[in-house]
Design a protein around this ligand. Structure first.
Ligand code: NI
Length: 437
């Protein structure tokens, strides 16, 4: 498929204040082939003639952005949106989530994943990272729906299920790594220091090394976790992971709300990639991660929504805004986490946090994952600072077209790869069976 987006303004990478002069963006074989200044006389140039393309999209009134990266969620939990609200993490997990998750079937996770992917694509999220179980069902949904995803079959020792889960996780990586034209990548997942024994962590690290995949894990989400791990092992949660070999392979560490000074140094030394989930951390009352400190030490930090059961939206626009605003308030300093930093976390740094290559930036040779945003609404006027408008004024309803891997998956209000009515029908049916409705 060869697609030309003509006469569009764009932000290359959200790193600098890019020129807002209109450009033409060529997309071929799933990659961006060129970005060049738009010239009114373009028809005279052979490669820009309409006939040379399968589709030409008029970009006037649109802003092209790299697709957003939701670097941490649990797609299978989207069914549980609105179940167990207003509870702290440990009560929420032990009394609400774990008992009902025991009843989820592979089919339930498939429909839940499609529900989540539909919501995310509509909001301009082109890459997500998932950690859950029945991961084959999620991989099938990802392959069908056209999103890019880093998938992890999470393992934990709760109920003695660790080794069985790890075996399944290894098989999952072997089967799905690089599937769907490379849109699917895999990681091994240790759920968290408080749900995994040291022995299981060592095995996960060993297998990640053997398979050549990173590890995705939750770390230091609550102060309760830090107290518990310190009492049990005499080290912080990140220290416990390090002591069991987990930081010897590339790691994506989610939350990091309660990192101590030594942890920051350890994370920086070992090149840990972090995912910040401000919405979920606030809703579960877990605290505020030391994001300004993490960024100051040079850590790469992406953004995640966490699950729809603890957020309850899968909306990266909101996470960008929260990531910027809560730290300004918390530090009493309006200069921390400026809009451009939040935008980087939601795009190129999110992709880097997932150890993905050539994802998260609009540039020749990079994957064609992009979003066209309608900037004609009143709340975008005047268009003097696009980064600030995206983070502080824009929202997911402004997304008008979404492309993943060079394929258009959402256009003018319609998802092209998901039958929304069918998804809603199945989700409601499952919710009835589970007693949620
Ligand atoms: Ni999570």
């Amino acid at each position: 498929m060869r697609i030309l987006i003509s006469n569009v303004t764009y932000l290359e990478s959200a790193v600098s204040q890019d020129s807002l002069n209109p450009v033409d963006i060529g997309i071929e074989d799933g990659k961006i082939s060129f970005i060049q200044e738009h010239l009114p006389s373009r028809d005279q140039k052979t490669h820009l003639k309409e006939a040379a393309w399968d589709r030409v999209i008029e970009g006037r009134g649109r802003l092209a952005l790299p697709g957003l990266v939701n670097a941490h969620t649990h797609l299978g939990m989207t069914l549980l949106r609105g179940y167990g609200d207003d509870l702290p993490l440990m009560v929420w997990l032990q009394e609400k989530m774990w008992p009902i998750e025991d009843q989820l079937t592979e089919k339930d996770v498939y429909w839940s994943s499609l529900l989540a992917i539909g919501e995310m694509l509509r909001g301009g999220i082109t890459t997500c990272a998932d950690m859950y179980f029945h991961m084959g069902a999620t991989a099938k949904a990802v392959a069908e729906a056209g999103i890019r995803a880093s998938l992890t079959r999470g393992v934990q020792d709760v109920g003695g299920s660790g080794l069985r889960g790890l075996e399944e996780a290894i098989g999952f990586c072997q089967k799905w790594q690089g599937a769907a034209n490379g849109r699917i990548t895999t990681m091994l997942g240790a759920h968290a220091p408080y749900t995994c024994t040291p022995g299981l962590l060592r095995k996960v690290a060993d297998w990640a090394n053997r398979l050549g995949v990173p590890i995705h894990t939750h770390v230091a989400e609550t102060s309760t976790e830090v107290h518990q791990i310190k009492e049990q092992y005499g080290v912080t949660p990140l220290g416990m992971l390090a002591g069991n070999g987990v930081l010897d392979v590339p790691v994506t560490a989610v939350h990091c709300v309660h990192l101590e000074e030594d942890d920051l140094e350890l994370a920086t030394q070992r090149g840990v990639r972090v995912v910040h989930c401000p919405g979920s951390n606030m809703k579960l009352g877990s605290g505020i991660a030391p994001l300004p400190e993490m960024l100051a030490t040079g850590l790469i930090v992406g953004l995640g929504t966490d699950s729809a059961a603890s957020n309850n939206k899968l909306d990266l626009w909101e996470e960008m805004r929260l990531a910027s605003l809560i730290h300004k308030a918390n530090m009493q300093d309006a200069t921390v986490i400026p809009a451009v930093t939040a935008l980087k976390m939601a795009t190129c740094h999110g992709a880097a946090a997932l150890h993905l290559d050539k994802v998260g930036k609009l540039a020749p040779g990079w994957v064609a994952d992009l979003v066209l945003v309608n900037t004609e609404g009143l709340h975008w006027q005047p268009p003097s600072n696009p980064q600030a408008s995206i983070v502080y004024a824009g929202g997911r309803n402004d997304v008008s077209l979404v492309m993943v891997d060079g394929c258009i998956v959402y256009d003018q209000g319609e998802l092209l790869t998901i039958d929304e009515d069918e998804v809603i029908y199945h989700v409601k049916k499952i919710a009835h069976r589970l007693g949620l409705l």
